[in-house]
Design a protein around this ligand. Sequence first.
Ligand SMILES: NC(=O)c1ccc[n+]([C@@H]2O[C@H](COP(=O)([O-])OP(=O)(O)OC[C@H]3O[C@@H](n4cnc5c(N)ncnc54)[C@H](OP(=O)(O)O)[C@@H]3O)[C@@H](O)[C@H]2O)c1
Length: 336
Amino acid sequence: MGKVVLVTGANSGVGLALCERLLSDDAQLQLCLACRSKQKAEAARQVLLDSHPKAHVSLVRLDVASMRSVLSAAEEIRQRYDRLDYLYLNAGIMPSPQVDFSALYKGLFSGKAIHMFSTGAGLLTQKDTVTSDGLQQVFATNLFGHFLLVRELEPLLCQTDHHSQVIWTSSSNACRSAFSLDDVQHEEGLEPYSSSKYASDLLSLALNRHYNSQGLYSSVICPGLVMTNLTYGILPSFIWTLIMPLMWLIRIFTNTFTLTPYNGAEALFWLFKQKPESLDPMVKYHSLTSGLGNSYTQTRKMDIDDTMSAALYQKLLELEKRVRKKLKDEDSKCTK
Ligand SMILES: NC(=O)c1ccc[n+]([C@@H]2O[C@H](COP(=O)([O-])OP(=O)(O)OC[C@H]3O[C@@H](n4cnc5c(N)ncnc54)[C@H](OP(=O)(O)O)[C@@H]3O)[C@@H](O)[C@H]2O)c1
């Protein structure tokens, strides 16, 4: 049996491009697309089978923002496979993004304009909501649902005879100043996306500290600035059409404008080829693209530390306990 790979948010953008690249590299792969929409997942599967007719591509219904959905998807995955070699935690949202025009104005004259445009750091705010589990939507989607998934898939990921990799699609937008241990869900602020991505950097480090001895290794990547549904949500489409030539021009001067999902998936694919025990838990792997359009992966040290990472991990374990209890209580109320 070939390697088993599961990708969340596999039906579009960077996730779908990654799937294409994985199948082009390894025809034996058992690829599982974990998506919230059955219809979109089937369409993505068809796209992949059109270019790789003999590929093994299966689907699992997973809404990472719903803890019930995570538990039932994990159960299905445990029944279907007896190992999991790669778990790509890629699904993510940036709801109702707004450009902070005063930050934009200041950024333009601070010499940080390109960094600001390519990462959105300090430039974008979002409107968050609360899920039916009582969690902040961005936190639940980008971080906590994935954390619960890892915990549920431990038996497949932690095996003595081989190593497994958990790979998070984080972002350069991850920023220490947007995150607080006193408000891990980011209920108070206006940058839940940045907070959730910073939390995923911290969590990846904690997973390494806890699970490396059991054969599980975790890494984080940034795909660069990629034109996907997520980025098209930031500005009206006519503005994107107007500035697109400028974006391609800027790419000559900055390597973080990866722009295409194929190039954005570079670091995700690069990690697929690495021995996990050789990876550095303190770095982020960046997909970059040269002015001539060649993509490559580069490491950059993250602004994280073990103390903060361990504290977040503890908080997530406590929250997991509360969420599991809430679901159990709801179940027992229903059966009464
Ligand atoms: N594009 C960029 O410039 C950029 C930069 C840095 C990081 N990223 C990260 O890259 C990752 C992929 O995003 P993308 O740019 O490829 O955007 P995208 O095309 O919008 O892909 C996001 C994927 O996540 C899925 N998703 C969202 N909420 C979900 C949920 N509750 N349960 C299951 N799946 C869910 C989406 O499914 P639906 O189709 O059903 O919505 C979609 O498949 C995200 O984590 C994003 O934060 C992107």
